[in-house]
Design a protein around this ligand. Structure first.
Ligand code: NAP
Length: 262
C-alpha cells in the first residue's frame, strides 16, 4: 500500500455518509486507507475514487460489525498482511426510531454490538500497539445524542453517551503517550442514517438544521489533528449542548421526545 505520507488509517462504515467523507479527508492528506463496511461495491467505488483523485491506495475489508468475531478478524487480517495501523476511525453505527418496547430486541442488541462493543474491541486491539510505538490515534464518531436522554431512540442515544464517556476517559489515560483520541459529536447530518433508522418524522422537523457529511468529516479530522478531545461541529449543535447543561434533565427528556416525534 502506498500514499504520500506514511500513515495508514482504518475507517469503519466507510461505504457511505460521514465515514465515506472522513476517508476522503484522510486521503486528501495522503494517508493510505483501510476501508471497511458491509457494502463491498460502495467500498470499491470509493477506493477507485481515492486512487483517481488523491493517488492513494486503499485496502478493502468487507466486515459486518454486528458479528462478535469481526473486530478480531479485522485485526488478524491486517497483522497477516503486515499492515500497521496509525489511525483508527470508529465511525460505523446506526439507530432505530420507535418506542423501545415496540422495537425488535434483536435489532437493539445488534446496535449495542456495532455502536459500542465493536468500537471498544477495535480500540482494545489496536491501541496498545499505538501506545508502544508512541504514534497514532483514534477518532470515534458519537453524536450530540450522547449528551441527552433520547425517548424515541432510547438505545441509540445511550450508545452514543457510552462512546462519549469512553473516549473522554481514554483521553486522560493516554496523556503523555503521544497517542491522540478524539470524539466527534455531530448533530443531524445529511446521510443514509435517517433512512436506516426510519426517522422520517424527526427528520422533517430538522431538515433546515442538517449539516453536510463533508463539513462534519472535515471538522472531525481538524479536531483530531489539533488534539481536541470532544469536537461538536456546527454552531447550532454547540448551542444545543450548552443549553442542555443549563436546563433541568426532566425538561430535556420531554423536549427530546417531542423532537423525536413520539
Ligand atoms: N447522520 C446523522 O444525523 C448523524 C448524527 C450524529 C452521529 N451520526 C453517527 O455517524 C456515524 C456514521 O453514520 P452516517 O450518518 O454516515 O450514516 P450512514 O450513511 O447510514 O452510514 C453508516 C455507516 O455505518 C456502516 N454500518 C452500519 N451497520 C454496520 C454493520 N453491521 N457492520 C459494519 N458497518 C456497518 C454502514 O456501512 P454498510 O452499510 O456498508 O455496512 C455505513 O457505512 C454513525 O456512528 C452515526 O451514529 C450520524
Amino acid at each position: 500500500m502506498s500514499g504520500a505520507n506514511s500513515e495508514t488509517v482504518l475507517v469503519t462504515g466507510a461505504s457511505s455518509g460521514i465515514g465515506r467523507e472522513l476517508a476522503k479527508c484522510f486521503a486528501a492528506e495522503g494517508s493510505r486507507l483501510v476501508l471497511t463496511g458491509r457494502n463491498t461495491e460502495a467500498l470499491q467505488s470509493l477506493a477507485d475514487e481515492l486512487h483517481r483523485t488523491h493517488k492513494v491506495e486503499s485496502f478493502i475489508l468487507t466486515a459486518d460489525l454486528s458479528r462478535p468475531e469481526t473486530p478480531e478478524r479485522i485485526f488478524q487480517e491486517l497483522q497477516g498482511r503486515g499492515i500497521t495501523l496509525d489511525v483508527l476511525v470508529n465511525n460505523a453505527g446506526f439507530g432505530a426510531w420507535g418506542l423501545f418496547a415496540g422495537l425488535p430486541l434483536q435489532r437493539q442488541l445488534e446496535m449495542l454490538q456495532v455502536n459500542i462493543t465493536a468500537l471498544i474491541q477495535l480500540t482494545g486491539l489496536f491501541l496498545p500497539g499505538m501506545v508502544q510505538r508512541r504514534r497514532g490515534g483514534i477518532l470515534n464518531v458519537a453524536s450530540v445524542a450522547g449528551f441527552l436522554p433520547g425517548p424515541g431512540m432510547a438505545v441509540y442515544y445511550a450508545t452514543k453517551a457510552c462512546v462519549l464517556s469512553f473516549t473522554e476517559a481514554l483521553a486522560v489515560e493516554l496523556a503523555g503517550t503521544n497517542v491522540m483520541v478524539t470524539v466527534s459529536c455531530p448533530g443531524p447530518t445529511i446521510t443514509n442514517f435517517g433512512q436506516a433508522a426510519h426517522i422520517d418524522k424527526a427528520e422533517r422537523k430538522i431538515r433546515m438544521l442538517r449539516m453536510s457529511a463533508e463539513a462534519v468529516a472535515l471538522h472531525g479530522l481538524r479536531a483530531f489533528r489539533q488534539g481536541k478531545v470532544v469536537a461538536v461541529p456546527g454552531l447550532q449543535n454547540q448551542l444545543l449542548i450548552f443549553l442542555a447543561r443549563l436546563v433541568p434533565r426532566s425538561i430535556i427528556r420531554k423536549t427530546t421526545a417531542k423532537f423525536n416525534g413520539i
